[in-house]
Design a protein around this ligand. Structure first.
Ligand code: ADP
Ligand code: MG
Length: 292
């Protein structure tokens, strides 16, 4: 491509809200075979709501929510905001916490009123030696509904299964259909529960799901998808996505996402809209045609 055609292409892209941080990205984007997208905050709004709260025998819902929300008030995860908002709706006063700890990809813990509280994924409960089998049926139902199940432990005992649901962005299904129309495979990479991820993937037409990935596992997922489908573009918004954005042949960050994601990307979508990915690929193809 000539410098002029690239300037014209990147200028046109900027008008469409697609920022090419690397000139080469405009040329190489048309050669990809697969687009992989992060789920939370990329395909979904990243603003989940608390939808279900089911306690184990011997635990009251209000008391368990109060303790759990006290711990989550210390976390910046979108799940935490959903749980704290639910406690606020019930006008709860949240007690102080001691020794707060966040384990990325697993969950959070702290001591509240002398009790050890843990909140997080199934795998987090397993690290405590807790078996979530008593909630297996509930977890399966929640997952099938596209909700993300989480667990709470109070004083080393499994106290509740909690679900949050993160709405899909209105523009997401159209964007995926348009990627398919360009002949591309579309994959989703997420730290979320497998059943939940698969239910959401079915709704929006994703071809391949990589779920229950730990933050450092996203890079491995990108490498594996590249082996199967060829050159890969990865789209993400979070701190956790930065290494995968750098590993992908083309890293595309959501402009409403974290600074670290934007700095690791070749392309930035100024809006939170995944249709920007389609615009970027279409422009890449058009720019190259103009040269020919
Ligand atoms: P993702 O945002 O794709 O779900 P994360 O790595 O941020 O990926 O989180 C993976 C999983 O770890 C979450 O789905 C949840 O089960 C658990 N988790 C992480 N942070 C928290 C938190 N603050 N509260 C409860 N669970 C959490
Ligand atoms: Mg995300």
């Amino acid at each position: 491509a000539t410098p002029t055609s690239i300037m014209v292409g990147t200028g046109r892209a900027a008008e469409l809200g697609v920022l090419f941080r690397q000139g080469e990205a405009l040329q190489s984007l048309k050669e990809i075979g697969v687009v992989a997208l992060d789920k939370t905050g990329t395909l979904t709004k990243g603003r989940p709501d608390l939808t279900d709260f089911v306690t184990a025998p011997g635990f009251s819902e209000d008391e368990t929510l109060r303790l759990v929300a006290a711990v989550e008030a210390r976390s910046e995860h979108p799940i935490a905001e959903a749980i704290v908002a639910a406690a606020e709706r019930r006008s709860m006063t949240l007690p102080a916490t001691d020794g707060f700890e966040a384990v990325p990809g697993f969950g959070v813990s702290a001591t509240v009123e002398g009790r050890e509280i843990h909140v997080g994924a199934d795998r987090f409960m397993r690290t405590l030696g807790l078996d979530t089998a008593t909630f297996a049926e509930t977890a399966a139902r929640l997952g099938a509904e596209g909700k993300s199940p989480l667990y709470a432990a109070v004083g080393g005992r499994l106290a509740a299964i909690v679900a949050v649901a993160d709405p899909i962005k209105e523009s997401t299904p159209d964007a995926i259909a348009a990627l398919h129309a360009l002949g591309l495979k579309v994959a989703m990479i997420t730290g979320d529960n497998r059943k939940t991820a698969e239910a959401i993937a079915r709704r929006i037409g994703i071809d391949e799901v990589v779920a229950e990935v730990l933050p450092e596992g996203k890079v491995e997922a990108v490498k594996r998808l590249r082996q199967t489908h060829g050159r890969i573009a990865f789209v993400g918004d979070g701190i956790n996505d930065a290494p995968a954005l750098a590993e992908a042949d083309i890293g595309i960050a959501i402009g409403t996402g974290t600074d670290i994601a934007i700095e690791s990307a070749d392309v930035v979508l100024m809006s939170g809209d995944v249709r920007g990915v389609v615009n970027a690929i279409a422009l890449s193809k058009a720019t190259i045609r103009n040269i020919g």
